[in-house]
Design a binder for this molecule. Structure first.
Ligand SMILES: [Zn+2]
Length: 436
């Protein structure tokens, strides 16, 4: 045992944890808590999707040697994916589908690129809202998929979802209400280069879900030195006012909620669990999971991830985010996609609707920026933290209760607001208090 530990340490000592370059990737079969602990401690490798069946491990050249020395049964995941059926749409075909949806209903759909991938592919985002060309005062929601390029199911489901909204707006009342009262942003593919190559990492070999700022450094929310796809998403996030979001992955079936990087509990832990359970309950396979009770898990309790998007977005912004694992196969048969859409469609709609649980404020003047300190006063007293706002608007997703907002504009306190969140307010006026 000792010998293997030493070889792990020597092998991986040259690169730092935050910049793991993925050169080898394997699936290790069986339950191996000791090995997982050793590998995690050695740093420079990533462990993912730990279940009773086994786990994935990603790392530099030499990883296979370490696994062999330990006589572990493992196989190369790349070889599996290379042989996967190739009938999925290309990036160009996805682009055409998105443009077609926009053309079908341009009053509610606006397609734009937030920048280009390493090899120059557009990172598309579809904005969906009534009066789509106007920045209205409405809660802002987002879905981002497939930052792991080989986890393809979410890309297909989000494109299908966009197509369904484009087709049924005005006839499907539930979706129409959502579109009319929300600013929805959907990014089907954060890593188009990875998907083209059927690989987890981007074209530079980096895992984008380990490349966001780690929340242990409060001043570390900077784009310097990060992969270009992360930089574009970070700038996009800073330019908007998202208050609820999810990112889609594959490899198992579960909703994973914050935090990923610390065993501390999120101040809204019970509420996040409720939203996660709500997603899982509407998905038959997820809710009956034998691996995860109720189809949900706390991130760190499952396995610790640093530099992930979920914690970054939930910590540095007023943007509560969960991670949804959609399918056991990362790259399922293309014929299976409609089935996955059917089993996630209701969940996707449910989760979006939850953004209307909460409260906010808007200034009558344009361009106001500042911070707001949010405290829950009833049913329990709880400090929910300080959040920046811009564009004269702020909305926070919160459970039913009483809250106080202490709003600071240009470093001077301007207003204390007492707000009530109650369940019946969804889609009703009055979710935003008006400030002169
Ligand atoms: Zn993933």
């Amino acid at each position: 045992m000792k010998k293997s530990l030493v070889s792990i340490a020597v092998l991986f000592s040259l690169s730092s944890y935050a910049s793991v370059k993925i050169e080898e990737e394997f699936y290790v079969m069986g339950q191996n808590p000791e090995v997982i602990k050793d590998l995690a401690q050695a740093g420079s490798v990533e462990i993912d999707h730990v279940t009773s069946e086994g786990f994935e491990v990603y790392g530099p050249k030499g990883l296979s040697k370490v696994l062999s020395e330990r006589s572990l049964p493992f196989f190369d995941m790349k070889s599996i994916l290379k042989s996967a059926l190739a009938d999925y749409p290309s990036h160009e075909e996805i682009t055409r589908k998105l443009k077609a949806a926009e053309a079908k209903n341009p009053k509610i759909m606006k397609l734009f690129s937030i920048g280009k991938s390493v090899t120059g592919k557009d990172l598309w985002v579809m904005k969906i809202s009534d009066n789509v060309n106007t920045d209205e005062v409405e809660p802002e929601f987002k879905y981002i998929s497939s930052m792991h390029g080989d986890e393809i199911t979410g890309r297909e489901l989000t494109v299908k979802f966009i197509e369904e909204i484009a087709q049924t707006y005005g006839t499907n009342q539930e979706l129409t209400d959502l579109v009319d009262n929300t600013e929805i942003y959907i990014m089907p593919s954060m890593n188009p280069d990875g998907s083209e190559r059927k690989q987890r990492a981007n074209a530079n070999g980096y895992d984008l879900n380990r490349n966001f700022p780690d929340i242990s450094n409060r001043n570390g929310n900077t784009i310097t030195g990060r992969q270009i796809e992360n930089q574009h998403v970070m700038k996009f996030q800073a330019s908007r006012q998202f208050s609820l979001s999810a990112n889609f992955h594959g490899g198992t079936i579960v909703v994973n909620y914050p935090w990923d990087s610390t065993y501390d509990r999120h101040p809204l832990d019970g509420f996040i669990k409720e939203l996660s359970l709500g997603y899982a309950e509407l998905n038959p396979e997820m809710r009956s999971s034998r691996e995860f009770a109720g189809g949900i898990t706390n991130g760190a309790d499952w396995y610790v991830v640093k530099g992930g998007m979920q914690d970054w977005s939930s910590f540095f912004y007023n943007d509560l985010q969960v991670t949804v694992e959609l399918s056991h196969a990362k790259w399922p048969r293309y014929d299976d996609i409609p089935g996955f859409y059917q089993s996630n469609r209701e969940s996707m709609i449910y989760f979006m609707k939850q953004i209307h649980r909460g409260a906010g404020f808007k200034f009558n003047r344009p361009g106001v920026a500042g911070t707001v300190h949010v405290k829950q006063t009833s049913p329990v007293a709880k400090d929910l933290g300080s959040f920046a706002f811009n564009s004269s608007e702020f909305f926070k997703v919160m459970p039913e209760g009483q809250y106080s907002f202490s709003i600071t504009e240009n470093n001077k306190s301007v207003r204390n607001l007492e707000v009530t969140v109650d369940k019946d307010r969804i889609f009703k006026d009055g979710n935003y208090l008006v400030i002169d």
